[in-house]
Design a protein around this ligand. Structure first.
Ligand SMILES: Cc1ncc(COP(=O)(O)O)c(C=O)c1O
Length: 376
């Protein structure tokens, strides 16, 4: 159980310190209790945190996002990425008059139905299978949702051709193409769609846009967002007591302004170096290990077989659990599935410490390396 965090360190209730490579699952891009963000939250707490009206902090956050992400002409704020996904689907259904949703195998768009699976109106595209796109996306499809890379599904990038084919088919059948940048926004100054040359109709954002407080947003084409406008008769109502919470909006604006192109470059090149040092340490200890990486988000996968599909990333849960525990013992706070990500609080010395922690964890696992790599 965690008691507190500061910068790149978290401390548990027993007073044990860990180097934080989780950053609350990519949301704390500046680490824990980043002073400029703490100050923004404190100011909001003193001036009032929630009002039944538009607030300047929400407008500032929206302007920051719209100036960065070309596909976002208008924006509506929610309380989480999950709520943003649900709202985007409602907008798509209203715009198209259709019900069906298409998602990609291994994708994660939050914890609200129908994204939780096993719903009759959801079709799942086999990962990376361009030929299946035309079969499963048709004139009854309301929306197609895609992450630029599988985040929770193992940090596995899609081929750009695959994303382009998805976009093309979605457009051809008159459905709405929703790009889920909840994780990916941190990796490029103008977002993932711009970096990849993708032009989505709607974009989902969350995590770093709240600076560590709960928030989410749906942005995109003005005509689609206008369907939720209070000024349009018969509009799609998007009520919510805390939508776009003022403290979260204030914290998020600081989080984004501090994440300029050079900060993003630093994170991505730090992640590249860390991946290389972890692989070198694994090789030195003869513990077979694979690393996938997109920008500043990485995933370790025990074993030497390439990891290019969601099925590959599900392999070897015993090896993942053993690595997670060995890292915790060595003072490195990671996720059970092997995902880690960088914050701007991590300096070069701390990244060296992280690599050294991985090396010690691999040394612990060395006696059982062959068994761990082969487990299912
Ligand atoms: C790609 C993606 N979409 C949506 C979500 C849901 O966001 P939230 O946890 O804010 O509900 C997540 C959360 O991890 C995510 O990674």
């Amino acid at each position: 159980m965690i008691a507190r965090g500061s910068g790149a360190t978290v401390v548990d209730v027993d007073g044990i310190e860990y180097l934080d490579l989780v950053n609350n699952y990519t949301s704390l891009v500046h680490g824990n209790a980043f002073p400029p963000i703490a100050e923004a939250i404190s100011t909001a707490a003193q001036r009032g945190t929630v009002f039944p009206s538009l607030h300047i902090a929400q407008v500032e956050l929206a302007e920051e996002i719209i100036s960065r992400v070309p596909a976002i002409e208008r924006l509506r704020l929610t309380n989480s990425g999950s709520e943003a996904a649900a709202l985007a689907l409602r907008i798509a259904r209203r715009a198209t008059g259709r019900r069906n949703l298409v998602v990609i195998e291994g994708a994660y768009h939050g914890s609200v139905p129908p994204f939780t699976g096993d719903e009759p109106e959801v079709r799942t595209l086999p990962f990376g299978d361009i030929a299946a796109i035309d079969q499963l996306i048709d004139s009854e499809t309301a929306a197609v949702f895609a992450e630029p890379f599988l985040g929770a599904g193992g940090v596995i990038p899609h081929e750009v051709e695959y994303l382009r084919a998805l976009q093309g088919r979605t457009r051809a059948v008159g459905a709405v193409f929703v790009f889920d940048e909840v994780q990916a926004l941190r990796n490029a100054p103008n977002g993932a769609a711009a970096a990849l040359g993708i032009e989505p109709d709607l974009v989902l954002i969350a995590k770093i846009i709240g600076g560590g407080l709960p928030i989410g947003g749906v942005g995109g084409r003005a005509d689609l967002l206008d369907l939720t406008s209070a000024f349009i008769p018969g509009r799609l109502s998007h009520a919510g007591t805390f939508n776009g919470h003022v403290a979260a909006a204030a914290a998020g604006t600081v989080s984004l302004r501090r994440l300029d192109a050079s900060a993003i470059d630093g994170l991505n090149s730090g992640a590249e170096r860390l991946a290389a040092s972890i692989l070198a340490a694994a090789e030195a200890e003869q513990v077979p290990m694979t690393v996938t990486r997109v920008g500043s988000i990485l995933n370790l996968h025990p074993g030497s077989a390439p990891v290019t599909t969601p099925e590959d990333a599900r392999r070897n849960s015993t090896g993942r659990a053993a690595l997670h525990l060995a890292l915790m013992i060595e003072g490195i706070y990671t996720t059970p599935r092997g995902m880690i990500n960088l914050s701007t609080a991590l300096d070069d010395r701390m990244l060296d410490d992280a690599a050294a922690g991985y090396a010690r964890a691999f040394a612990r696992l060395r006696p059982v390396a062959a068994e761990l790599a082969g487990q299912s």
